[in-house]
Write a protein that binds this ligand. Structure first.
Ligand code: B4P
Length: 182
């Protein structure tokens, strides 16, 4: 199984859900910037307080903060890693590229989970996290299509992209991911 992975997809596509299942089964370190930022928010730190305000509007947190969170964990990882929710814009993708070159751990595959917007909105409203209101979800989807979706083409050009249909049961999506990475 490939060891250096990235899962990308719009909010609610199931990337967190699938990354969790996958890392539990195959032993990758699961690096979810969303989860790491929510931990920072719960800690009540100054950075967490700043992050919370942005997250609750559906905006991206500063690249510097996200990078500082990811870098240390990537460098420490011994058994392979799975990035979930990072990179989210071109600047983060460039920083990741430089970091991976520095530590000599090239990305092996990118899983792009795709699903129409109307299903995403329904899923997220049902989940009901603090940033899962209709207004905030709409903003997150807009930011995804403007800033994150262009990265898919970048990874397609590198020949490491696998597109997965996210509009199916969780176990069906999981099997498709295993097949793509096997
Ligand atoms: P994230 O935590 O990454 O959250 P997300 O995009 O909403 O997706 P998530 O992974 O949680 O949900 P999933 O699709 O698995 O980001 C939250 C915020 O953090 C961002 O808005 C931003 O502010 C900040 N942030 C994070 N990373 C950042 C970065 N790199 N730079 C700057 N800011 C950053 O699942 C959603 C729901 O669907 C769940 O309830 C799940 O149970 C359900 N579901 C999943 N698969 C399903 C299926 N197949 N069928 C039915 N339901 C399914």
């Amino acid at each position: 199984m490939k060891k250096k992975l990235l899962f990308i997809g719009p909010p609610g596509a199931g990337k967190g859900t699938q990354a969790n299942l996958f890392s539990k089964k195959y032993g990758h370190d699961h690096l979810s910037t969303g989860d790491l930022l929510r931990d920072e928010v719960s800690s009540g730190s100054v950075l967490g307080t700043k992050a919370k305000a942005l997250m609750n509007q559906g905006e991206l947190v500063s690249d510097e903060l996200v990078l500082s969170i990811v870098e240390g964990r990537l460098v420490m990882s011994q058994k392979g890693w799975l990035l979930d929710g990072f990179p989210r814009n071109v600047n983060q993708a460039n920083s990741l590229k430089k970091l991976l070159e520095k530590i000599n751990q090239p990305l092996e595959a990118v899983i792009s989970i795709q699903i129409p917007d109307n299903y995403l909105i329904k899923r997220l409203l049902e989940r009901g996290r603090e940033d899962d209101t209709e207004e905030v979800i709409t903003n997150r989807l807009k930011i995804y299509s403007e800033k994150t979706a262009p990265l898919i083409d970048l990874y397609r050009k590198q020949g490491i992209l696998e597109v997965i249909n996210g509009n199916a049961d969780i176990d069906v999506v999981f099997s498709c991911i295993e097949k793509a990475l096997g």
